[in-house]
Design a protein around this ligand. Sequence first.
Ligand SMILES: Cc1cc2nc3c(=O)[nH]c(=O)nc-3n(C[C@H](O)[C@H](O)[C@H](O)COP(=O)(O)OP(=O)(O)OC[C@H]3O[C@@H](n4cnc5c(N)ncnc54)[C@H](O)[C@@H]3O)c2cc1C
Length: 236
Amino acid sequence: MNFLKDSLSIFKKREIPFLEYYKESEDVYTFLFEKEKDLTWKAGQHGLFNITHKKIKNPTRPFTLVTTPSEDIVKITTKIDENPSEFKNALLELKQGMKVSMNGPVGGFYLKENNPSLLIAGGIGITPFRAMLKQIEEEGNGNQEPIQLLYLDSEKAFLFKDELDSIANNASITITYIDSRDNLYQEIERFSTLYNSKGKYLIAGPTSMIQSISTYLQNNGTPKRNIKKDVFFGYK
Ligand SMILES: Cc1cc2nc3c(=O)[nH]c(=O)nc-3n(C[C@H](O)[C@H](O)[C@H](O)COP(=O)(O)OP(=O)(O)OC[C@H]3O[C@@H](n4cnc5c(N)ncnc54)[C@H](O)[C@@H]3O)c2cc1C
């Protein structure tokens, strides 16, 4: 039932006015849009964003909503390098008041079980976890089961770091910043040994990273049903 509910909203399309964008770091940008009152979502879900102000070849991309509904704004964060796709060039052309359309929000990538949870972000894959952590800060960690975030970035750029640290402090969440795969696997093993089959794993980031972590977990006995993946197609 949840699956149906999380998917059907794909047919719901709305126009959302652009407000502004700003840089988070050298090649990472955050875009802000107005949020209509009746628009809501579960922290971790994504929308399908469509460029409408001009004709481009592939006008749609999925982006995670970085905010929670109670923050009252729609926010997406993405990488834009010196050679942007047509889609990202079109994003950079937006001026205040211009509209994009959004289908959704959709997807089953959110926290729901009362289990110890290990959240694993690779680079830009931090976006759904920023929303989840914010929601826990707002609503409390009802079940009191431990929640740990492992944030891997080999360039140590660590988006939202100050904010994440402040949320983690308020919400009793552990964040470990990691810059090598070896250390990441050590931390995953530590968590798996502590919680065995009770542990849930949510992984978000580039395709190759998610595949290798998921394979590693399953090879070490983690049931497939305990692993949730948010695969950011478009990042290798
Ligand atoms: C659920 C979900 C959430 C996401 N959230 C974010 C986010 O918060 N921030 C963010 O920056 N990105 C996010 N992405 C990825 C995003 O949609 C773009 O793919 C990415 O930003 C690259 O876009 P681009 O326009 O630069 O490159 P693109 O032109 O989209 O493509 C780059 C490369 O990826 C390949 N590619 C593109 N789409 C697919 C596909 N569907 N399957 C296989 N290969 C493909 C292309 O062939 C190309 O080689 C998310 C993706 C998904 C599925």
